[in-house]
Design a protein around this ligand. Structure first.
Ligand SMILES: Cc1cc2nc3c(=O)[nH]c(=O)nc-3n(C[C@H](O)[C@H](O)[C@H](O)COP(=O)(O)OP(=O)(O)OC[C@H]3O[C@@H](n4cnc5c(N)ncnc54)[C@H](O)[C@@H]3O)c2cc1C
Ligand code: SF4
Length: 461
């Protein structure tokens, strides 16, 4: 760690009206956390962080600190701000090892969460603490949403999310149903049929926005969110052009460099880079080139045709006629943001949309359909992890209030049917003798094999 945690903590003035806290979208009580740490109460500081923000470790890594807590710190006015991100990361990762408690006692109610991104995970954790029987559904095979399938591993290691899955979900009895798209074989109505008293929709924005120009379907073109989900699956070659200049464009450019591209150039329509200063400076450091004021006109097999842009008197951008040039490349990444692509809205009855296509919600996340709540990017547009957590916290309380107003679910009509005792595993093993093929040396000789059932297994080939 580049900065010594206690030296940073000792620089904190413990302000009575802490500007850092105002700058934090989730209002972390920064001076109090630092005070506890300085008094040797690391576990109390850790408990406080996780109570306020279940994704505190992730936020210590991926938040835009220079615009949030650290950008507001009073010490930053004349000097360098207190780097709370370093302190938060140290406390949360150290304290996480203490988080081994099992599930809270059940309150007899089931709740469904669609989407294992930061909003869904936050709500799952909070409702789990209240004793709800929580099941998370996700189209992907692992939890995290954009945190896992968008933000590259070199910025946010998968291990952080795996640890979250173990401590906050598995140990707490929260179920995760992977590879399951709601709005496909299972609908929102099916969830209510199966006894979930309330459903949270946190499905994010996953459909790439397109440029609407010729060539976007060519084989050497990728959309940012598809590329970042599995960069190794794409063959973009040595010379890559990234179109767009936001944070996800920086992630694509830096990932392309790590995936073997020798020349990566980011093309931007405007004269300023949209990504944060930190992200673009890392990209430059790693060798990414930038071309400003260029509009893409056509993607070809051998490169991209761009025109130079200029501002008119009203400040609007226009391509300059005659300025078109071909910029050769072997691969193209289109990184111009995402929009709603989820089939939930289209298949679910009674869910109203806003103009931009996102789900219409009030400030506590109530949708137009009773019992269905939404937060995160699908309800507020493209945001950040900490905003998804912050809105998720409010919505979790609204869902709790809603479910507590309902009677407890009726028991199943089949609750008391006679039970068939399962066969014990040793009986299965005995029955299986002679029916299985064992993995033996002969397998490498091309004969049919199956899996061994231990010492009773014999080669019957
Ligand atoms: C490339 C990139 C980099 C980013 N970098 C940062 C960063 O550094 N810092 C930061 O704070 N923010 C960053 N963001 C923004 C941030 O990640 C998002 O704002 C945040 O993840 C949104 O959270 P969410 O809970 O709304 O949903 P998401 O994270 O989008 O997760 C939604 C989940 O729902 C699942 N899902 C979708 N439809 C269905 C369905 N029908 N059924 C079941 N499951 C479904 C998806 O598989 C996904 O797992 C970045 C975004 C991108 C695209
Ligand atoms: S504003 Fe800076 S100095 Fe004041 S409490 Fe926050 S971190 Fe400490």
């Amino acid at each position: 760690m580049a900065l010594h945690v206690m030296e940073e903590a000792n620089r904190c003035l413990g302000c009575k009206n802490p500007r850092c806290r105002e700058g934090c979208p989730i209002h972390t009580n920064i001076p109090e956390v630092i005070r506890l740490l300085k008094n040797g109460k690391l576990n109390d500081a850790g408990w406080m962080l996780f109570e306020n923000n279940p994704l505190t470790t992730v936020c210590s890594i991926v938040c835009n600190h220079e615009k949030q807590c650290e950008g507001h710190c009073i010490r930053g006015i004349k000097d360098v701000p207190v780097h709370f991100s370093v302190i938060e990361n140290y406390i949360s990762t150290t304290y996480a090892n203490q988080m081994v408690k099992g599930p809270a006692p059940s309150n007899g109610r089931k709740v469904a969460i669609i989407g294992a991104g930061p909003s869904g995970l936050t709500i799952a954790v909070i409702l789990g603490r209240y004793g709800y029987d929580v099941t998370i559904f996700d189209s992907k095979d692992r939890i995290g949403g954009v945190m896992r399938y968008g933000i590259p591993d070199f910025r946010l290691p998968d291990a952080v999310l795996d640890d979250f899955a173990y401590r906050h979900l598995e140990l707490k009895g929260i179920r995760f149903r992977p590879n399951t798209t709601i709005g496909g074989a299972i609908s929102l109505d099916d969830l209510f049929r199966d006894g979930y008293q309330s459903v949270f929709v946190g499905a994010g924005l996953w459909r790439p926005k397109t440029l609407h120009i010729k060539g976007e379907t060519l084989g050497h073109v990728a959309f940012a969110i598809n590329y970042l989900a599995s960069p190794k699956a794409f063959r973009l070659g040595e010379r890559v052009i990234v179109i767009g200049s936001g944070n996800s464009a920086m992630d694509c450019a830096r990932t392309a460099i790590r995936s073997g591209a020798h020349y990566v150039t980011v093309f931007n329509r405007r004269d300023q880079i949209a990504a944060s200063q930190y992200e673009s400076s890392y990209a430059k450091l790693e060798g990414v080139e930038f071309e400003m004021l260029k509009s893409p006109l056509e993607i070809r097999d051998d490169g991209v045709v761009f025109a130079d842009n200029e501002f008119d008197e009203d400040g609007k951008l226009h391509p300059i006629p005659g300025s078109e040039k071909l910029y050769p490349c072997t691969g193209v990444i289109v990184a111009v943001s995402q929009e709603l692509g989820s089939n939930i809205i289209n298949t679910a009855k009674g869910l109203e949309k806003e103009d931009g296509g996102i789900i219409a919600v009030d400030e506590d996340g109530h949708t137009s359909r009773p019992g269905v709540f939404a937060a995160g990017d699908i309800a507020h547009g493209a945001g950040t992890v900490v905003h998804a957590v912050a809105t998720g916290k409010r919505v979790a309380e609204a869902m709790h209030e809603y479910m507590q107003s309902l009677p407890l679910p009726e028991p199943s009509p089949y609750a008391n049917v006679p039970r068939v005792e399962p066969v014990s595993s040793s009986v299965i093993a005995e029955q299986a003798i002679g029916q299985v093929y064992c993995k033996t040396k002969s397998s490498s000789e091309g004969k049919r094999v199956d899996y061994s059932l231990g010492q009773n297994c014999r080669d019957v080939i």
